[in-house]
Design a protein around this ligand. Structure first.
Ligand SMILES: Nc1ncnc2c1ncn2[C@@H]1O[C@H](COP(=O)(O)OP(=O)(O)OP(=O)(O)O)[C@@H](O)[C@H]1O
Ligand SMILES: O=C(O)C1=C[C@@H](O)[C@@H](O)[C@H](O)C1
Ligand SMILES: [Mg+2]
Length: 170
């Protein structure tokens, strides 16, 4: 089993929002590896970062992504940093991957100063830019289609993704 679409992109770009719309439009299920991690660990992602550190979180995330890629046949959203793992990127090579992109101002609007996003807790604008410098090329390399989300409603992003993939609705 393999997902119909894998969504990648930075925190707050709309993976959950658009992922659920895509799932409705295509008549399939929606799954999110961040949610799988929270359910499996019984604690929030922020708590995992604080208690065990980022590298422990990445190890948990890598397992969660591998499991979801083999178990789920609908829309799968990956955590924003999952793309950093080389083994995960190798697994994505065989998948239909949509990279949802946005610019920094849109990112600040959508994520704000939300403490639930530990990587953006201090100086979100600068941290977002730094994260994207390290990740943009990884998202782009993994992507079957890049769908910009700036100035688009979630419905418009959903439509653009369906068009880009030439997927027909259920
Ligand atoms: N196209 C859009 N235009 C404007 N706001 C949007 C759009 N897509 C999502 N949002 C809003 O941006 C915020 C983040 O969206 P969402 O939670 O779907 O992103 P995400 O990529 O799943 O983030 P996370 O990193 O938390 O998983 C939400 O408040 C959502 O309503
Ligand atoms: O961009 C990241 O590194 C992260 C994104 C979120 O989806 C979560 O997986 C976590 O907050 C880390
Ligand atoms: Mg989400």
């Amino acid at each position: 089993m393999s997902p119909l679409i894998v969504l990648v992109g930075p925190m707050g770009v709309g993976k959950s929002t658009v992922g659920q719309l895509l799932a409705e439009r295509l008549g399939v299920g929606y799954r999110d590896t961040d949610d799988d991690i929270v359910a499996g660990e019984g604690r929030t992602i922020a708590d995992i970062f604080v208690d065990d550190g980022e590298s422990a979180f990445r190890a948990i995330e890598k397992r969660a992504v591998r499991t979801a890629l083999t178990e789920h046949d609908g829309i799968l959203a990956l955590g924003g940093g999952a793309i950093l793992d080389a083994d995960t990127r190798a697994l994505l090579a065989g998948e239909r991957v949509v990279y949802l992109s946005m610019d920094v101002e849109e990112a600040v609007k959508r994520t704000g100063l939300n403490a639930a996003r530990p990587l953006l807790a201090v100086n979100p604008r600068r941290q977002w830019r730094e994260l994207m410098e390290a990740r943009r090329h990884l998202y782009e390399e993994a992507a079957t289609a890049v769908v910009p989300t700036d100035g688009r409603t979630p419905e418009e992003v959903t439509e653009a993704a369906l068009d880009a993939l030439e997927l027909k609705e259920a």
